[in-house]
Design a protein around this ligand. Structure first.
Ligand SMILES: NC(=O)c1ccc[n+]([C@@H]2O[C@H](COP(=O)([O-])OP(=O)(O)OC[C@H]3O[C@@H](n4cnc5c(N)ncnc54)[C@H](OP(=O)(O)O)[C@@H]3O)[C@@H](O)[C@H]2O)c1
Length: 168
């Protein structure tokens, strides 16, 4: 049994990106992302892949694109989100992993909302400028845990919040 989750960081206005990149640099959040996703399949839109610029090590990288000519070494290329999730589930069954992470960006998050069960949200407690936004979770999402980060680290204050869909 494996579950499909999203992992995303947003500012108080649900901003997630600027000019194809993250608007901020928060090492503590990058470490959190790495720890959670390690060993698991990660599904991303082609633009997010290009923003990262390389396959994420020790994770099964799945890139979603409509471009049949797109190729990338050491990644699985899929032409629909549905096919990407099937591929990830097959990988999990063969490799004993329990969670599939959809890692963005905006376009892919928007299409994922009905297929995910859990959302790992990093709330960045500072406003930024940018052009890519997350569509806020609806009232069917219940907050499970919240950990404030910022007292002991010299970084932009942020909180790690986990939501699960009510009734699942
Ligand atoms: N703050 C965060 O947590 C976070 C996380 C990830 C990304 N981001 C930011 O988000 C921004 C990128 O988001 P974005 O919305 O512009 O792009 P994106 O979601 O990363 O990628 C969009 C691309 O994915 C492909 N695609 C989307 N839906 C598809 C479908 N149903 N079937 C097949 N292919 C599909 C298309 O690729 P083709 O054009 O190749 O067909 C589309 O252009 C960047 O600024 C990035 O830094 C932020």
């Amino acid at each position: 049994m494996n579950i499909v989750s999203i992992i995303v960081a947003y500012d108080p206005n649900y901003l997630i990106g600027r000019d194809g990149k993250l608007p901020w640099h928060i090492s503590n959040d990058l470490k959190y992302f790495k720890k959670l996703t390690m060993g698991n399949p990660v599904i991303m839109g082609r633009k997010t892949y290009e923003s990262i610029g390389r396959p994420l090590p020790n994770r099964y990288n799945i890139i979603v694109t409509r471009d049949k000519n797109f190729t990338q070494d050491n990644c699985s290329i899929q032409y629909s989100l549905e096919d990407a999730v099937i591929k990830a589930k097959n990988y999990c069954e063969a490799n004993n992993c329990e969670e599939i992470f959809i890692i963005g960006g905006s376009d892919i998050y928007n299409q994922s909302i009905n297929i995910i069960k859990r959302a790992y949200i990093t709330e960045v407690h500072k406003e930024f400028e940018g052009d890519s936004f997350f569509q806020p979770l609806g009232s069917e999402w219940i907050e499970i845990t919240r950990q404030y980060q910022g007292n002991e680290i010299d970084e932009i204050p942020h909180s790690f919040v986990v939501f699960e869909k009510n009734g699942d």
